[in-house]
Design a protein around this ligand. Structure first.
Ligand SMILES: CC(C)(COP(=O)(O)OP(=O)(O)OC[C@H]1O[C@@H](n2cnc3c(N)ncnc32)[C@H](O)[C@@H]1OP(=O)(O)O)[C@@H](O)C(=O)NCCC(=O)NCCS
Length: 330
Protein backbone atom coordinates (compact mmCIF):
# COMPACT_ATOMS: atom_id res chain seq x y z
CA UNK A 1 0.00 0.00 0.00
CA UNK A 2 1.25 3.48 -0.86
CA UNK A 3 2.10 5.79 2.02
CA UNK A 4 -0.48 8.49 2.68
CA UNK A 5 0.96 11.93 3.31
CA UNK A 6 -0.69 15.18 4.35
CA UNK A 7 -0.40 17.89 1.74
CA UNK A 8 -1.40 21.56 1.73
CA UNK A 9 -4.33 22.02 -0.67
CA UNK A 10 -5.43 25.57 0.19
CA UNK A 11 -4.06 28.63 2.01
CA UNK A 12 -5.29 32.05 3.13
CA UNK A 13 -4.20 35.04 5.19
CA UNK A 14 -5.47 38.12 6.95
CA UNK A 15 -3.72 41.12 8.48
CA UNK A 16 -5.73 43.88 10.16
CA UNK A 17 -6.21 47.11 8.24
CA UNK A 18 -4.39 49.42 10.67
CA UNK A 19 -0.67 49.66 10.05
CA UNK A 20 1.72 50.96 12.70
CA UNK A 21 5.08 51.95 11.21
CA UNK A 22 8.40 52.75 12.84
CA UNK A 23 7.92 56.51 12.50
CA UNK A 24 4.77 56.32 14.62
CA UNK A 25 6.63 54.23 17.21
CA UNK A 26 9.29 56.97 17.36
CA UNK A 27 6.55 59.19 18.80
CA UNK A 28 5.47 56.59 21.34
CA UNK A 29 8.80 55.40 22.85
CA UNK A 30 12.46 56.37 22.76
CA UNK A 31 13.41 54.57 19.55
CA UNK A 32 14.17 55.29 15.89
CA UNK A 33 13.29 53.85 12.53
CA UNK A 34 17.01 53.42 11.91
CA UNK A 35 17.51 51.37 15.12
CA UNK A 36 14.47 49.15 14.54
CA UNK A 37 15.31 48.48 10.89
CA UNK A 38 18.98 47.78 11.45
CA UNK A 39 18.52 45.67 14.63
CA UNK A 40 15.39 43.73 13.55
CA UNK A 41 14.56 44.27 9.86
CA UNK A 42 11.06 45.45 10.77
CA UNK A 43 9.47 48.53 9.21
CA UNK A 44 5.75 48.15 9.90
CA UNK A 45 3.25 45.88 11.59
CA UNK A 46 -0.54 45.42 11.45
CA UNK A 47 -2.58 46.10 14.58
CA UNK A 48 -6.05 44.71 15.26
CA UNK A 49 -8.95 47.11 15.73
CA UNK A 50 -10.49 47.40 19.19
CA UNK A 51 -12.57 44.26 19.77
CA UNK A 52 -11.02 42.42 16.81
CA UNK A 53 -9.89 39.16 18.42
CA UNK A 54 -7.76 36.20 17.42
CA UNK A 55 -10.78 34.16 16.23
CA UNK A 56 -11.86 37.11 14.04
CA UNK A 57 -8.43 37.31 12.41
CA UNK A 58 -8.46 33.56 11.81
CA UNK A 59 -12.00 33.58 10.42
CA UNK A 60 -11.01 36.36 8.00
CA UNK A 61 -7.99 34.30 6.90
CA UNK A 62 -10.32 31.35 6.31
CA UNK A 63 -12.60 33.63 4.24
CA UNK A 64 -9.57 34.55 2.11
CA UNK A 65 -8.85 30.84 1.64
CA UNK A 66 -12.48 30.13 0.77
CA UNK A 67 -12.47 32.88 -1.88
CA UNK A 68 -9.22 31.66 -3.42
CA UNK A 69 -9.85 27.91 -3.33
CA UNK A 70 -13.63 27.45 -2.91
CA UNK A 71 -13.49 25.42 0.31
CA UNK A 72 -16.76 24.10 1.80
CA UNK A 73 -16.49 24.58 5.60
CA UNK A 74 -18.89 21.69 6.20
CA UNK A 75 -16.27 19.29 4.83
CA UNK A 76 -13.67 20.19 7.45
CA UNK A 77 -13.11 17.36 9.95
CA UNK A 78 -10.73 19.01 12.39
CA UNK A 79 -9.49 22.50 13.28
CA UNK A 80 -6.10 22.85 15.01
CA UNK A 81 -5.42 26.39 16.19
CA UNK A 82 -1.98 27.63 17.20
CA UNK A 83 -2.21 30.74 19.37
CA UNK A 84 -0.96 32.27 22.59
CA UNK A 85 -3.51 35.06 22.47
CA UNK A 86 -6.81 33.13 22.56
CA UNK A 87 -9.99 35.22 22.66
CA UNK A 88 -10.43 33.88 26.21
CA UNK A 89 -9.32 30.93 28.35
CA UNK A 90 -12.35 28.96 27.31
CA UNK A 91 -14.07 28.09 25.10
CA UNK A 92 -11.16 27.38 22.81
CA UNK A 93 -10.41 29.66 19.87
CA UNK A 94 -11.00 26.58 17.70
CA UNK A 95 -14.62 26.50 18.94
CA UNK A 96 -15.11 30.18 18.11
CA UNK A 97 -13.60 29.76 14.64
CA UNK A 98 -15.67 26.62 14.01
CA UNK A 99 -18.81 28.60 14.82
CA UNK A 100 -17.78 31.70 12.81
CA UNK A 101 -16.93 29.83 9.61
CA UNK A 102 -19.74 27.24 9.81
CA UNK A 103 -17.49 24.17 10.05
CA UNK A 104 -20.45 22.25 11.40
CA UNK A 105 -18.90 18.79 11.15
CA UNK A 106 -15.51 19.61 12.68
CA UNK A 107 -14.07 19.11 16.13
CA UNK A 108 -11.03 21.09 17.17
CA UNK A 109 -8.67 22.39 19.81
CA UNK A 110 -6.01 25.01 20.52
CA UNK A 111 -2.34 24.38 21.04
CA UNK A 112 0.04 26.67 22.91
CA UNK A 113 3.56 26.64 21.49
CA UNK A 114 4.12 30.38 20.97
CA UNK A 115 6.10 31.17 17.81
CA UNK A 116 6.47 27.45 17.02
CA UNK A 117 2.69 27.03 17.19
CA UNK A 118 2.13 26.64 13.47
CA UNK A 119 4.84 24.02 12.91
CA UNK A 120 3.63 22.09 15.98
CA UNK A 121 0.04 22.29 14.64
CA UNK A 122 1.14 21.10 11.19
CA UNK A 123 2.88 18.09 12.74
CA UNK A 124 -0.22 17.21 14.80
CA UNK A 125 -2.58 17.67 11.85
CA UNK A 126 -0.35 15.60 9.56
CA UNK A 127 -0.58 12.62 11.94
CA UNK A 128 -4.39 12.67 11.90
CA UNK A 129 -4.29 12.53 8.09
CA UNK A 130 -1.48 10.01 7.71
CA UNK A 131 -3.23 7.52 9.99
CA UNK A 132 -6.28 7.71 7.74
CA UNK A 133 -8.62 9.11 10.38
CA UNK A 134 -9.45 12.49 8.76
CA UNK A 135 -9.50 13.92 5.25
CA UNK A 136 -9.61 17.71 5.74
CA UNK A 137 -7.79 19.41 8.58
CA UNK A 138 -7.69 23.18 8.93
CA UNK A 139 -4.46 24.39 10.52
CA UNK A 140 -4.57 27.93 11.89
CA UNK A 141 -1.82 30.28 13.11
CA UNK A 142 -3.41 33.37 14.62
CA UNK A 143 -2.18 35.88 17.17
CA UNK A 144 -3.23 39.31 18.35
CA UNK A 145 0.08 40.21 19.95
CA UNK A 146 -0.91 43.87 20.36
CA UNK A 147 -3.23 42.78 23.19
CA UNK A 148 -0.29 41.55 25.31
CA UNK A 149 2.27 44.18 24.26
CA UNK A 150 3.24 47.12 26.45
CA UNK A 151 3.42 50.12 24.10
CA UNK A 152 5.47 52.05 26.66
CA UNK A 153 8.27 49.43 26.60
CA UNK A 154 10.66 49.86 23.67
CA UNK A 155 12.28 46.48 24.32
CA UNK A 156 9.19 44.64 23.10
CA UNK A 157 6.69 47.00 21.45
CA UNK A 158 8.73 47.37 18.28
CA UNK A 159 8.84 43.63 17.69
CA UNK A 160 5.29 42.35 17.39
CA UNK A 161 2.27 42.58 15.09
CA UNK A 162 -1.13 40.95 14.56
CA UNK A 163 -2.15 38.52 11.80
CA UNK A 164 -3.64 35.14 10.99
CA UNK A 165 -3.01 32.61 8.28
CA UNK A 166 -4.50 29.20 7.54
CA UNK A 167 -3.67 26.05 5.58
CA UNK A 168 -5.88 23.11 4.68
CA UNK A 169 -4.29 19.65 4.83
CA UNK A 170 -5.61 16.71 2.84
CA UNK A 171 -4.29 13.20 2.12
CA UNK A 172 -2.22 12.42 -0.96
CA UNK A 173 -0.60 9.24 -2.27
CA UNK A 174 1.87 11.27 -4.34
CA UNK A 175 5.42 11.84 -3.15
CA UNK A 176 4.49 15.33 -1.96
CA UNK A 177 3.22 17.07 1.16
CA UNK A 178 4.74 16.83 4.63
CA UNK A 179 7.73 14.51 4.30
CA UNK A 180 9.17 14.75 7.79
CA UNK A 181 9.43 16.95 10.86
CA UNK A 182 11.31 17.32 14.15
CA UNK A 183 9.69 19.14 17.09
CA UNK A 184 11.45 20.13 20.34
CA UNK A 185 10.59 21.52 23.77
CA UNK A 186 12.77 22.75 26.65
CA UNK A 187 10.96 24.24 29.64
CA UNK A 188 14.12 26.01 30.81
CA UNK A 189 12.95 28.71 28.42
CA UNK A 190 10.24 29.65 30.94
CA UNK A 191 12.63 32.13 32.55
CA UNK A 192 13.42 34.03 29.35
CA UNK A 193 10.14 34.59 27.51
CA UNK A 194 6.71 34.66 29.15
CA UNK A 195 3.58 36.47 30.20
CA UNK A 196 3.29 35.97 33.97
CA UNK A 197 -0.17 37.33 34.73
CA UNK A 198 -3.67 36.00 34.25
CA UNK A 199 -3.04 32.27 34.59
CA UNK A 200 -3.48 30.00 37.61
CA UNK A 201 -0.08 31.02 39.05
CA UNK A 202 -0.85 34.73 39.08
CA UNK A 203 -4.59 35.20 38.56
CA UNK A 204 -5.57 38.68 37.45
CA UNK A 205 -5.67 41.19 40.33
CA UNK A 206 -5.15 44.93 40.59
CA UNK A 207 -1.59 44.10 41.67
CA UNK A 208 -0.81 41.97 38.59
CA UNK A 209 -2.07 44.81 36.44
CA UNK A 210 -0.04 47.44 38.33
CA UNK A 211 3.05 45.25 37.88
CA UNK A 212 2.36 44.96 34.12
CA UNK A 213 2.24 41.18 34.38
CA UNK A 214 -0.23 40.90 31.50
CA UNK A 215 2.39 41.88 28.97
CA UNK A 216 5.13 39.92 27.22
CA UNK A 217 8.40 39.74 29.13
CA UNK A 218 11.56 38.63 27.39
CA UNK A 219 15.30 38.61 27.77
CA UNK A 220 15.98 39.55 24.18
CA UNK A 221 19.67 38.67 23.99
CA UNK A 222 19.25 35.20 25.52
CA UNK A 223 16.25 34.44 23.32
CA UNK A 224 18.20 35.60 20.27
CA UNK A 225 21.07 33.18 20.97
CA UNK A 226 18.81 30.18 21.62
CA UNK A 227 16.73 30.96 18.52
CA UNK A 228 19.72 31.02 16.18
CA UNK A 229 21.38 27.88 17.49
CA UNK A 230 18.20 25.79 17.89
CA UNK A 231 16.53 26.70 14.58
CA UNK A 232 19.74 26.01 12.69
CA UNK A 233 20.44 22.77 14.58
CA UNK A 234 16.97 21.26 14.10
CA UNK A 235 16.95 22.24 10.42
CA UNK A 236 20.36 20.65 9.80
CA UNK A 237 19.24 17.48 11.63
CA UNK A 238 16.06 17.27 9.58
CA UNK A 239 17.91 17.72 6.30
CA UNK A 240 20.57 15.16 7.29
CA UNK A 241 17.96 12.60 8.33
CA UNK A 242 16.50 12.92 4.81
CA UNK A 243 19.93 12.78 3.10
CA UNK A 244 19.54 16.40 1.96
CA UNK A 245 21.77 19.47 1.97
CA UNK A 246 21.03 23.19 2.08
CA UNK A 247 21.40 23.40 -1.69
CA UNK A 248 18.45 20.98 -2.13
CA UNK A 249 16.05 23.39 -0.41
CA UNK A 250 13.82 25.30 -2.83
CA UNK A 251 12.61 27.76 -0.22
CA UNK A 252 13.37 28.20 3.48
CA UNK A 253 10.53 29.87 5.37
CA UNK A 254 11.80 30.68 8.86
CA UNK A 255 9.88 32.21 11.75
CA UNK A 256 10.11 35.97 11.40
CA UNK A 257 11.24 37.29 14.80
CA UNK A 258 14.33 39.23 13.81
CA UNK A 259 16.05 39.52 10.43
CA UNK A 260 19.41 39.02 12.16
CA UNK A 261 18.22 35.69 13.61
CA UNK A 262 17.17 34.63 10.10
CA UNK A 263 20.48 35.75 8.57
CA UNK A 264 22.48 33.80 11.17
CA UNK A 265 20.42 30.63 10.51
CA UNK A 266 20.74 31.07 6.78
CA UNK A 267 24.51 31.29 6.99
CA UNK A 268 24.67 28.16 9.20
CA UNK A 269 22.48 26.29 6.71
CA UNK A 270 24.65 27.61 3.83
CA UNK A 271 21.64 28.93 1.91
CA UNK A 272 21.62 31.64 -0.73
CA UNK A 273 19.42 34.74 -0.36
CA UNK A 274 17.09 33.57 -3.13
CA UNK A 275 16.32 30.42 -1.12
CA UNK A 276 14.94 32.42 1.82
CA UNK A 277 11.51 33.98 2.42
CA UNK A 278 11.58 37.23 4.38
CA UNK A 279 8.52 39.39 5.03
CA UNK A 280 9.30 40.60 8.57
CA UNK A 281 9.56 44.18 7.23
CA UNK A 282 5.79 44.21 6.57
CA UNK A 283 4.37 42.26 9.51
CA UNK A 284 6.96 42.11 12.33
CA UNK A 285 6.67 39.05 14.59
CA UNK A 286 3.10 37.75 14.41
CA UNK A 287 3.98 34.67 16.52
CA UNK A 288 1.96 31.66 15.27
CA UNK A 289 1.09 33.43 12.01
CA UNK A 290 4.59 34.15 10.67
CA UNK A 291 5.22 30.83 8.92
CA UNK A 292 1.84 30.44 7.17
CA UNK A 293 1.99 34.14 6.19
CA UNK A 294 5.37 33.39 4.66
CA UNK A 295 3.84 30.46 2.75
CA UNK A 296 0.97 32.59 1.39
CA UNK A 297 3.24 35.51 0.42
CA UNK A 298 5.74 33.17 -1.25
CA UNK A 299 2.87 31.49 -3.14
CA UNK A 300 1.50 34.87 -4.25
CA UNK A 301 4.97 35.92 -5.41
CA UNK A 302 5.31 32.74 -7.50
CA UNK A 303 8.21 31.49 -5.36
CA UNK A 304 6.68 28.06 -4.66
CA UNK A 305 6.94 25.66 -7.56
CA UNK A 306 5.45 22.18 -7.59
CA UNK A 307 8.07 19.65 -6.61
CA UNK A 308 10.16 22.20 -4.68
CA UNK A 309 11.40 21.29 -1.22
CA UNK A 310 10.15 23.71 1.38
CA UNK A 311 11.85 23.91 4.76
CA UNK A 312 9.92 25.58 7.60
CA UNK A 313 11.60 26.36 10.91
CA UNK A 314 10.42 28.13 14.04
CA UNK A 315 11.51 28.98 17.57
CA UNK A 316 9.46 30.42 20.40
CA UNK A 317 8.49 30.69 24.05
CA UNK A 318 8.73 27.53 26.12
CA UNK A 319 11.24 27.15 24.60
CA UNK A 320 9.64 25.41 21.65
CA UNK A 321 11.24 24.83 18.28
CA UNK A 322 10.97 22.64 15.23
CA UNK A 323 11.34 22.23 11.49
CA UNK A 324 9.11 20.71 8.82
CA UNK A 325 10.10 19.44 5.39
CA UNK A 326 7.46 19.68 2.64
CA UNK A 327 7.48 18.78 -1.03
CA UNK A 328 5.30 21.53 -2.44
CA UNK A 329 2.30 20.74 -4.60
CA UNK A 330 -0.55 23.23 -5.00
C1 LIG B 1 15.17 42.49 21.31
C2 LIG B 1 16.34 42.66 20.33
C3 LIG B 1 15.86 43.24 19.02
C4 LIG B 1 17.36 43.60 20.94
O1 LIG B 1 18.46 43.70 20.06
P1 LIG B 1 19.95 43.68 20.64
O2 LIG B 1 20.85 43.83 19.50
O3 LIG B 1 20.08 42.47 21.49
O4 LIG B 1 19.97 45.02 21.46
P2 LIG B 1 20.37 45.23 22.99
O5 LIG B 1 19.27 44.71 23.86
O6 LIG B 1 21.75 44.73 23.21
O7 LIG B 1 20.39 46.78 23.02
C5 LIG B 1 21.40 47.55 22.38
C6 LIG B 1 21.18 48.99 22.74
O8 LIG B 1 19.99 49.46 22.11
C7 LIG B 1 19.08 49.95 23.10
N1 LIG B 1 17.73 49.60 22.68
C8 LIG B 1 17.00 48.51 23.03
N2 LIG B 1 15.80 48.57 22.44
C9 LIG B 1 15.78 49.70 21.70
C10 LIG B 1 14.81 50.29 20.87
N3 LIG B 1 13.61 49.74 20.66
N4 LIG B 1 15.13 51.46 20.26
C11 LIG B 1 16.32 52.04 20.45
N5 LIG B 1 17.28 51.54 21.25
C12 LIG B 1 17.00 50.36 21.86
C13 LIG B 1 19.49 49.28 24.39
O9 LIG B 1 19.08 50.03 25.50
C14 LIG B 1 20.97 49.22 24.25
O10 LIG B 1 21.52 50.47 24.56
P3 LIG B 1 22.95 50.57 25.33
O11 LIG B 1 23.93 49.96 24.38
O12 LIG B 1 23.11 52.05 25.52
O13 LIG B 1 22.77 49.79 26.58
C15 LIG B 1 17.02 41.28 20.06
O14 LIG B 1 17.71 40.86 21.20
C16 LIG B 1 16.06 40.21 19.65
O15 LIG B 1 15.46 40.27 18.59
N6 LIG B 1 15.92 39.14 20.47
C17 LIG B 1 15.04 38.04 20.15
C18 LIG B 1 13.64 38.44 20.41
C19 LIG B 1 12.65 37.45 19.90
O16 LIG B 1 12.84 36.89 18.87
N7 LIG B 1 11.55 37.27 20.61
C20 LIG B 1 10.45 36.49 20.20
C21 LIG B 1 10.66 35.06 20.41
S1 LIG B 1 10.69 34.15 18.99
Amino acid sequence: MKKIRATITAIGKYAPERILNNYELEKMVDTSDEWIRSRTGIFERHIAAKGEATSDLASAAFEDMRKRFGIDPEEIDLIVVATITPDMFFPSTAALIQHNIGANNAFGFDISAACSGFVYALAIAAEFIENGRYKKVLVVGSDTMSTITDYTNRDTCILFGDAASVALLEPTEEDSGILDYIMKLDGKGKDYLYMAGGGSKNPATHETIDKKMHYIYQEGKAVFKFAVSKMAEVSVDLLKRNSLKGEDVGLFIPHQANKRIIDACVSRLKLKDEQVMINIDKYANTTAATIPLGIVDAYDQGRLKNGDLLLLSAFGGGFTWGSVLIRWSL
